[in-house]
Design a protein around this ligand. Structure first.
Ligand SMILES: NC(=O)c1ccc[n+]([C@@H]2O[C@H](COP(=O)([O-])OP(=O)(O)OC[C@H]3O[C@@H](n4cnc5c(N)ncnc54)[C@H](OP(=O)(O)O)[C@@H]3O)[C@@H](O)[C@H]2O)c1
Length: 320
């Protein structure tokens, strides 16, 4: 069965990453797009060869061609769109972060679980060959027990007039743009942190959301993993892991077309980069077809936002 997929949103990630990925994925067909503006939607549909265009979500969800949706809209919009989609019997691939608050994630989780529809989170690093290579090497003991990990990422979505900088559609800026990916990476590599510390500031545009953030994830008696993310300067794209017997350094791994380099104790580690969005869409399609969980789940979405929320509220305990 070919899965008919609709794209919600016509922004950067829908245009550059998801539309081409769905067109290239086996077993998937891009059948509809949602835009608040009909002419923008029509233009998007023409460029990507999409047969149906909507400016009303309910109408899109009534289309018999639509089996699943990819939610690629601002963070706060994920909640109503995901809830409406699963209630209409559609599977969902939801962009990160799941939404802006833990309470919102829990409302989504309740409806998704009751619906029985497949729900995947868009944590693209899980499909990044560099990140997978590092995980395989950690798991094989290449650097012994990891004691310290840190990541530095900056986002190119730096427009202070954009939705990320404001409270109506977002609660995090740098953390939503890239920090949530590193939280997911450390959770994937090391499991659940016991607590989180850190700080966030907004010194350039004085946004209500974080422009620079550092989070410190504590795994007592095992390791400390931190991440620093920014929305106000370019160039950060590095992860470093230090263990009892060596180190692994990844540079330039992040992005839609990752290339990057990995070194292990100073020696280059070969790996073959792939398009992580194509891998992510393929995993989603197969998860629906095989009725199995996707690689990044509802639980991953929920726990990730719980870590961001604890950090934002300045409490170390992560509560769900
Ligand atoms: N996985 C990744 O690596 C990655 C990378 C980038 C972004 N993302 C995530 O993908 C989502 C979209 O990000 P993006 O970079 O594509 O953002 P964007 O370029 O601003 O696009 C968002 C789109 O959502 C639609 N939209 C609906 N309600 C909106 C509102 N109230 N304000 C603004 N736009 C609204 C708009 O399409 P219409 O104007 O046509 O309605 C807009 O083009 C976010 O959740 C983000 O965190 C993930």
């Amino acid at each position: 069965m070919t899965l008919g997929i609709a794209l919600l949103g016509t922004g950067v990630i829908a245009d550059r990453s998801f539309a081409p990925a769905v067109q290239a994925a086996a077993g998937a067909q891009l059948v509809a797009v949602l835009s608040r503006d009909k002419s923008r939607g029509a233009d998007f549909a023409q460029r990507h060869d999409i047969p149906e265009v909507y400016d009303d979500l309910a109408a899109l969800l009534r289309s018999p061609r639509v089996d699943a949706v990819i939610v690629a809209t601002p963070d706060a919009t994920h909640e109503p769109q995901v809830i409406a989609a699963v209630q209409a019997g559609k599977h969902v691939l939801c962009e990160k972060p799941m939404t802006t608050t833990v309470a919102g994630c829990q409302r989504m989780a309740e409806v998704v679980r009751a619906s029985g529809m497949t729900f995947a989170m868009g944590y693209t690093w899980r499909f990044n060959q560099g990140a997978q290579k590092i995980k395989a090497m950690i798991d094989a003991g290449a650097i012994g027990q990891v004691r310290y990990a840190r990541g530095l990422l900056s986002t190119r979505a730096q427009d202070p007039a954009g939705w990320r900088a404001h409270s109506a559609e977002a609660r995090y800026w740098a953390l939503s743009g890239v920090g949530t990916h590193l939280i997911d990476l450390w959770r994937w590599y090391f499991g659940e942190p016991a607590s989180v510390g850190g700080g966030m500031i907004s010194p350039v545009h004085h946004s209500v959301n974080d422009e620079i953030a550092t989070l410190v994830l504590l795994y007592p008696d095992r390791l400390l993993a931190e991440l620093t993310v920014t929305a106000v300067f370019e160039g950060g794209n590095r992860v470093e892991l230090y263990g009892d017997t060596g180190d692994l350094i990844g540079e330039g791994l992040s992005g839609a077309r990752p290339d990057g380099r990995i070194t292990h104790n100073g020696q280059p580690v070969p790996f073959q980069p792939v398009n992580p969005f194509l891998e992510e869409v393929t995993d989603f399609v197969e998860a629906v077809q095989q009725q199995r969980p996707p690689r990044a789940t509802l639980e991953d979405g929920l726990r990730n936002v719980a870590i961001m929320e604890a950090a934002r509220e300045g409490r170390m305990q992560i509560t769900l």
